[in-house]
Design a protein around this ligand. Sequence first.
Ligand code: GLP
Length: 253
Amino acid sequence: MSVPTVHSEKKGSNLNIIVDSRENIARRAADLYSEVLASKPDAVLGFATGSTPLDLYAELIARVKAGKLSFKDVTTFNLDEYVGLEPTHDQSYRYFMDKNLFEHIDLDSKRVNIPSGIAVGEGESAAYEAAIAAAGGIDMQLLGIGHNGHIGFNEPNTPFGSLTHKVTLTDSTIEANSRFFASRDEVPKEAVTMGIRTVMNARRLVLIALGEGKAEIIKKTVQGPVTEEVPASVLQLHPDAYIFADFEAAKYL
Ligand code: GLP
């Protein structure tokens, strides 16, 4: 592993915790992608939305443009999507991924997978799980974290055994995400998300947390009990999980 890490001091936790400046985190997280794709050019990568991964995505794009990285044989699966938004809606996660990453790298659009926000049901959720399995499972899954500890759209008290499913968003998540919409009323109330087990099945997890607003939840995630009340705390049970936190998000560690 080329990225030096601080190991969690919590007994029984395998978490690799990297604390650095915001700028360096994007570069160091991108190093994981360079490393994975060097050993497995046709890796299966799980991507995430939100403001947190934007610097990482810019760094990945720069590496592709510089000829240092290629996604041409990669398959992708995204964590989640809002229910009711067409892929062309400028707040859909499909649109976000196209604009902030996929359109700028040499990825084959036929190998892009994002849950549909339009065709939503148990059959579609099962088909998403089947597609992940058919691709050989996810090699590395990127995660952000909500202020309440949600990963993907798995809100507090989502069962750790959950697979891809439809969720009702909490008021706090609707409030937090309303900053991207013209008004709070326009934020979808439901989403489709990979479940906690879907996430945990990935062979490697990479969670990024930036800014002071994430400091308390990062402390709970890393040092608190493993509990469904804090979905991200499940990462303590993963054999190969990385948490990249900037100095502000890591201030209580
Ligand atoms: C949304 C996404 C999550 C993301 C979270 C945090 O709720 N579904 O996957 O981690 O927002 O967003 P941000 O990175 O903007 O803080």
